[in-house]
Design a protein around this ligand. Sequence first.
Ligand code: M6R
Length: 609
Amino acid sequence: MCGIVGYIGPRSAAAICLAGLKRLEYRGYDSAGIAAISDGQLDVRKVAGKLASLEEALQAEPVAGAPGIGHTRWATHGKPSVTNSHPHLSTNGRIAVVHNGIIENYGELREQLIAEGFKFLSQTDTEVMPHLVEKYYEGDLREAVRRAVLDLQGAFAFGVICADSPDELVAVRRFSPLVVGLGEGENFIASDMGAIRPETDRVYVIDDDELASITRDGVELTDLALKPIEREVFVIPWPADAAEKGGHRHFMHKEIHEQADAMHACLAGRLSSPDQPIVLEGLQMTDQEIKGLRKVVFTACGTAFHAGLVGRFVMENLARVPAEVDLAAELRTRDPVVLDNTLAVVISQSGETADTLVALRDLKAKGARVVSVLNVVDSSIARESDGVVYIQAGPEIGVASTKAYTLQVLTIELIALHFAEVRQTAEHATLRALKEALLAVPGQAQTLLDREDDVKAVAEVYYQMSNSLFLGRGVNLPSAMEGALKLKEISYIHAEGYSAGEMKHGPIALVQPDLFTVAIAVAGEVYEKMIGNIQEIKARSGPVIGVANDGDNVIGDECDHMIWVPPSPELVSPITIAIPLQLLAYHMADLRGEHIDQPRNLAKTVTVE
Ligand code: M6R
């Protein structure tokens, strides 16, 4: 969950690392640090708090030289503090290490190293690494890192520099993401491509137990037995400025507003007209395999899990395959039964979420075929999947997932429709109408973005309240859950996403004038029931924000405030409904003065279980 960056070349490493860390700050932001080799010595600056404090520290006392490494932290072992922040140094002060991941056997290693005379300063798991590298260093940094890594259990991506080997930067990974960026007379490392995209569009994606020895002029990749590895250069497919804010105050706002264009990109080449079949190349499944499916299991975390809930609904409804959805963190504890011809659909924006990766491995070990629905290209989940359908959202930096959600749902709807076409489980007219609706979604998304001020006006009425309920039914129960998650994670307003049908079994006890309810009541099978639920809340003096279709003359009289969305078939409606709910959360959080892109206690990519 931390972010690492490194640089070797003629320029000053600190400036490049700082710029890269800013693009990685979504991964963690409770402390940060930089180390570079300057005049044969390690120069280190570390701060508790956000990167802005590190920037100030570097302005007050600049760090010159290269190679250098930088780190932005999301604490796992040891509270956020200067001492616990990275880079961590060896006892002799000649080796510096940045780390993303968790070293599971650090306790025993620490005891051993202390007994051998090494001095620990922090409470972190990471600190065993610089001491181990010092222990094994005999003039060859790569060899020392290699031997140190052989002692470790757990997950890691490391960047290591040594004042006695000033022409080399060494990096290594196991289960935590790492790329090496390729420049001219200079090279880079980073936790993800976005961090170094303004510097280069050419990278090596490093795999588990691979070691990179990096100089100004070259990169040598080997496995942990030092066997050379040939790796194709990956060319980053997005422009250098794709990860900048582009005039928006927050990444979240920018990403909400990118949704219409991203939806066009997601549909391109896959669905061109309602009369053409859907083409999903990444799926890697023959028609025979699709026809033979006996079960689909969706698994994911957080927002991606909500996309999976929509997936279960549309998969059963259209493709008539029994479908389940599991929180990735729970899947293992349940020991699910995997039948022959089970398809696991693994959903993740980052492709690096540890719980999701573990769930993938479990399902695969039980014999499931794995297709993942991902945003980040060539991620760990991508590499372990049998097929990957990319959502084509472009970089998502804001911790609150927005465009990834709508694009995940859109992509899953395409998969379900494709399966229904192949399995011939839905009427031609139904499929045609749904395809037409999906083709209309980007335009509807733009309409909703153009109505932002209407949603902001609603946010202005309610943002000071502390409690809320989000209600939906059927395919829009996940919309309610996702609306609630968005609100709680960035505004800290208590929000529960609930089935409206469950209200009378408990939660209605909460209803009173200072708890607002967002009720999703668009046209469809559950509309009448939703109107009934809204009346029950109104009868108990609870204020209601209705989410309904343009032109609905009934519901406006039932609710206190309205959010209008263009009509679409109920199965497709979760895609567009998400947009005003994202804007509602955004404006409530903004009105409350919260740190929208960096909500407390959260990190964008959760690479620990
Ligand atoms: O990268 P992933 O899609 O696997 O991430 C899953 C969740 O951690 C993520 O969706 C999280 O819930 C977001 N903060 C929600 O906005």
